[in-house]
Design a protein around this ligand. Sequence first.
Ligand SMILES: [Zn+2]
Ligand SMILES: [Zn+2]
Length: 176
Amino acid sequence: MKIKLDDIPEEGLSLDVIAEGKDLEAIAGGLDFSIPAPVSAHLDVMSAEGRVIVKGQMSARAAFSCARCLKIFEQPLNSEISLFFVRGKAGVQGREHELTGDDLEVNYIEGPELDTDEILLSQIALEAPMQPLCAVDCKGLCPACGADLNAGPCGCRIPVEKIDARLAGLKDFKVK
Ligand SMILES: [Zn+2]
Ligand SMILES: [Zn+2]
């Protein structure tokens, strides 16, 4: 949803927005996870004197591929939204940094509109784990046969350390 900044009343806007996961994926281009369900958020938007404050809560679900066993799993991504925007191009207002203090990150809005889809996307990207794991104790895949070790032992008798040592030897061989 796009909000014309000049149309925001003095008392601010209170919005409930819903964005289709597929639409957000399309806007993002190449995400390494998918958004299988609609993303909803409550946003309070205040705009005055070229500054825009957005506060609210987001509720989303994303599907990740486990970094260890590659299984696809869904995880809720709920977060508080608290954003501060300055209208204009980044770097033009040299004094903004002093005005807002060091701990508040300043975002810039160049056009006449605030895009709530972009806010949701950046919030999702912020909440998404760097190393998604289906479970904290996921055992991963057997490096020898590729079996999912969460389903039980695969029967391979080669200890993991030995395989690592062999691979290391192989690397040395290639270099020489
Ligand atoms: Zn896993
Ligand atoms: Zn195995």
